[in-house]
Write a new protein. Structure first.
Ligand SMILES: NC(=O)c1ccc[n+]([C@@H]2O[C@H](COP(=O)([O-])OP(=O)(O)OC[C@H]3O[C@@H](n4cnc5c(N)ncnc54)[C@H](O)[C@@H]3O)[C@@H](O)[C@H]2O)c1
Length: 252
């Protein structure tokens, strides 16, 4: 079987829905052995079977909280033991609470920093040790356009994604000598389940937002998956420490 990611062992977090699911499906279509990880027990059982059958590769569901360091370690070690290597990690799992500054709540902000930042740092720490044993790998962190150009009502969330961007650049410098590339994809507004929940009732506001996207439409999980596939693959072997905006040329 061919494909850009043929036989690469890839871990994708937050793969039960939205962007993560799109990335997992594209990686499988490109021949990767996909470990699809999410918090919600059982949520990927049926889909992973269908996806494996459709693509003739393996899509394996794993359930753990990315903030639980012991569970993450057990999962990554089990994958390494089963496959003998880990080639790609996509840090996609994330949480968002949209609040104007006056309404920001500490519990929500702490959860965003735990999931979006601390868990990412700890997973890169762990996976880089394992990738180094086989001469390297590729890590793709999912950031956000909000961290690059700002977005009212998303200051706390965008601070977490700004941290992801800074971490990506320094980690890339530090891990290059071990053959590990670290890049980030910064999506614009992507039409996912979460998007529907957050915005669809707002009608006009969405039209406003689309009018500020030069390419004239919202992003899709497929748009983000295409960028991740490139950064995960050897086609991007001389690219590290970059933040790839996938936002339709947006000015929020
Ligand atoms: N949708 C957008 O418009 C958009 C834009 C920019 C960036 N992003 C980023 O893209 C990523 C995916 O976004 P989405 O819209 O698909 O989100 P989503 O909420 O639809 O999906 C996120 C997935 O992550 C999982 N998850 C959440 N916390 C977890 C945890 N602690 N451990 C394991 N899994 C956990 C959820 O169960 C869910 O399946 C996030 O990092 C998000 O911040 C999204």
């Amino acid at each position: 079987m061919g494909g850009l990611l043929c036989n690469k062992v890839c871990i994708i977090t937050g793969a039960a829905q939205g962007i993560g699911k799109g990335i997992a499906e594209q990686f499988a279509a490109d021949g990767a052995i996909v470990y699809a990880c999410d918090l919600r027990e059982g949520s990927m059982d049926e889909w992973s079977k269908e996806c494996s059958a459709k693509t003739s590769t393996r899509v394996v569901p794993m359930y753990f909280d990315v903030c639980d360091a012991t569970a993450v370690k057990n999962a990554f070690m089990a994958i390494f033991k089963a496959e003998g290597r880990i080639d790609v990690l996509v840090n996609n799992a994330g949480v968002v609470f949209n609040r104007r500054i006056g309404m920001i709540r500490r519990d929500e902000t702490e959860l965003m920093f735990r999931v979006n930042v601390i868990a990412v740092i700890e997973m890169v720490q762990l996976v880089s040790r394992l990738m180094a044993r086989n001469g390297g790998g590729s890590i793709v962190n999912i950031a956000s356009v909000t961290a690059q150009i700002g977005s009212p009502g998303q200051s706390a969330y965008s601070a977490t994604k700004g941290a992801v961007i800074s971490f990506t650049k320094s980690a890339a410098k530090e891990l290059a000598s071990q053959g590990i590339r670290v890049n980030a994809v910064a999506p614009g507004i992507v039409k996912t389940e979460r998007f529907a929940e957050l915005y669809e009732s707002e009608g006009k506001k969405i039209d406003d937002r689309i009018s500020r996207i030069a390419l004239g439409r919202l992003g899709t999980p497929q748009d983000i998956a295409n960028a991740c596939t490139f950064l995960a693959s050897d086609r991007s072997s001389y690219i590290s420490g970059e933040i790839l905006g996938v936002n339709g040329c947006a000015s929020i």
